[in-house]
Write a protein that binds this ligand. Sequence first.
Ligand SMILES: O=C(CO)[C@H](O)[C@H](O)COP(=O)(O)O
Length: 241
Amino acid sequence: MSPDDLKRQAAATALEQVRDGMKLGLGTGSTAKHFVELLGAKVRAGLNVIGVPTSEVTRADAERCGIPLTTLDEVDRLDITVDGADEIDGALNLVKGGGGALLREKIVAAASDRMIVIADDSKLVETLGRFPLPIEIIPFGLAATRHAIEQAMASCGISGELKLRSGKDGHAFVTDGGHWIIDAHLGRIPDATRLAATLSFIPGVVEHGLFIGLASSAVLASPQGIRIMERSSGRVSGESK
Ligand SMILES: O=C(CO)[C@H](O)[C@H](O)COP(=O)(O)O
């Protein structure tokens, strides 16, 4: 079974949670794209839902699939957001933003009653940080913001190379919000909650890819089957399907 088959299986399992009339956050990335496609098929078969896309790429995909869309200007709460992740730890904390959509993804997830993460099980890690942590910044004051990020990391006892993300044209990658991304190559983030709070204090940082306490469950697909991790009363438990 290919990694893409596993992503689609995870997406199909999350789709089982969708009910008629729901307002849905639509994630970004190759796994979330499977969810959008499968949801689109259900919509064309008569399912009545409305979606809020987390990126312009997902907006285009959802429109192509015939999913009715709205915005968080028009609705203030969503029932479920389904999105992928770059890393997931045992406490359901995440690293996201590999696709550059972390800001809208976090706003949409935070406005949702539930966030279901879908992934192949290679995304499950013991400690976050092997995947470079995306940090969305304002272009103004790049050197000063970079320095502040280094200081923030040092205060959490970690260090690593900070690389400004490039786009396909070789220039700085520009997010849907008009910002840049610094990828922090840390290797290991022993205290993700502390780093998340520390980064949030930096004026030039718009958002970072640490999603702490936002995911309600994760659907992880492997060749052995589907594993579901669920947060309930602050504790995370696992179950195989
Ligand atoms: O955070 C994201 C985009 O900003 C994606 O969810 C993350 O990068 C995972 O993508 P994929 O499903 O392609 O592995």
